[in-house]
Design a protein around this ligand. Sequence first.
Ligand code: 13P
Length: 247
Amino acid sequence: MSKKLIAGNWKMNGSLAANEALVRAMLAGIGQPLAEVALCAPAPYLAQLQALLLGSPIAWGSQDVSAHEQGAYTGEISVSMLKDFGCRYAIVGHSERRQYHGETDEIVATKAQRALSAGVTPIVCVGETLAEREANETESVVKRQLAAVIHTVGHCITEIVVAYEPVWAIGTGKTATPEMAQAVHAVLRAQLAAATTNPKRVHILYGGSMNAANAASLLAQPDIDGGLIGGASLKAADFLQIVAAAG
Ligand code: 13P
């Protein structure tokens, strides 16, 4: 495995002034990170991130991308638009989009393929709800979600990033224990191994209440290759501590 990847997901937070202060504080403290680092911002702020982060050790990306190439899809944002603003990553299939915007496994897989077609790395989110975990369905749910992407992108699967985000751990302060997370990451790694000869090439991130205090123990697990960070990516000091823990 190459370097770990720590990606912030700001979700629907920020303003021009707040983003600038946050990014400048991150740049002031980041030095030469041993991990790869990225920030995924709301689309209106991608131009701002491009201006602030170009030439820095921090890459940037979007939180979604259209499954379509272009055309009559009001409100959608195409991958070529993301490329115009220098995005390296696009989160796809976040549970909040699956839950509130009806994104199916097939839509998520098509979005991942669309991103790949333009050289943007999709960060594909998978994860079970609390009800699914309690029904012992965690493994079958995450495998079904990843299988759709493997089916659609074929040999390009080594170019994606996977993020395991248990829905019950997102924004709740309830983190999966390192052992619980590792168990699911191992399942995902095995599934990738069946699809490619180079499964270790794929970063599998953990997301869900990862913070400065718990990052090191999660990142020490053999199949946890980084983090997708929500709330703690809105605080420069916390985010930088997570980056340092990934070194
Ligand atoms: P929190 O870190 O706020 O729990 O969010 C995780 C997440 O959903 C990142 O995509």
